[in-house]
Design a binder for this molecule. Sequence first.
Ligand SMILES: Nc1nc2c(ncn2[C@@H]2O[C@H](COP(=O)(O)OP(=O)(O)OP(=O)(O)O)[C@@H](O)[C@H]2O)c(=O)[nH]1
Ligand SMILES: [Mg+2]
Length: 351
Amino acid sequence: MKLSLVIPTYNEKENIQKLIKKIQEEFKENEIDGEIIVVDDNSPDGTGKILEEIKNIKIIHRKGKLGLSSAVLDGWKLADGNVLGVMDADLSHPTEKIKELFWTIEKGEADFTIGSRYIKGGKIEGWNLKRKLMSKSATLLARVYTKVKDPMTGFFMIKRDCIKNKEISPKGFKILLELIIKADYKKIKEIPITFINRVEGKSKAGTKEILYYIKNLVGYLPYKKNVIKEFFKFAIVGGIGMIINILILYLLTEKVGIYYMLSATISFIVAMTSNFVLNKVWTFKENIKLNAGKKYMQFGLVSISALIINLVFLYLFTEIFGIYYIISQILAIGFALIINFLGNKIWTFSK
Ligand SMILES: Nc1nc2c(ncn2[C@@H]2O[C@H](COP(=O)(O)OP(=O)(O)OP(=O)(O)O)[C@@H](O)[C@H]2O)c(=O)[nH]1
Ligand SMILES: [Mg+2]
């Protein structure tokens, strides 16, 4: 098999020569049939000029900063290999892992390999807390669509056949998640890597990328109909829970004669338990016995958080925006439902 490794660059003059040298050495030492394709977006720092002096690489010069994802795709268009890869130019990704990602595909163990920072053995060096938190939140949100632990990494390889005739066109930085959602692959494998924060040059990731990311996430919904289905099932279960809650409250208070505050507590617990069971076996199709105790606790915590969010929104809409409280509550329930669903999908029922 042949590997075509794309390196997108924007202002990477301090890094690019060193990186290419390292990759070429890796190819040689490990007898990898590989080519390097650098896609430069007319970097103001002159990266493009430096590239012209390097031997044995393909170069694409684009007019201006057209974005990371499209740079990767343009690079792959020029690729000869049947395995397509990508790697950042800033020396953040370990070149010594190239062989492992490639060989795993060559040996047929997977058709999609990912250099992962978030599986056992992987790590990130040099990020501050804010950066870590941002990355973690984005990764958590992606769990709605995939069980891959690091769908945000910029270091991965995929067999060319997997994306044949697929329309791949993400805006912004995160092309990997789009491939995970749209490509045709049988097996994906995450390989641990140590990510080292760039030493030279500036980061190009910013607020704009966050907005693109959220837009992309919403745009993937039609490709993941099961998520929409789960959401509606979750909402139905919530509705059933509400009926159970009111019914038991009525029966215990009126027929059994229990003090209504106590029957409200009992009915809340019964409804939550029935919601839990229904969501576990029906919405998320899990075996009822799988980690039932732990998951019940998680479900309870998410439910209570959702209730608090509901109340906060109810207050905000009513007091700050002056909306009639019944309308506020309808809106607030909608928000709380989404949070409740996401919390349980991402956390309670993620495995
Ligand atoms: N061709 C091209 N390359 C880009 C563009 N934006 C980013 N890159 C390259 O894509 C890779 C990843 O960008 P980085 O800025 O390192 O993003 P990051 O790794 O999320 O953030 P830092 O490591 O903190 O810099 C680097 O090799 C950049 O040079 C772009 O618009 N066009
Ligand atoms: Mg980087």
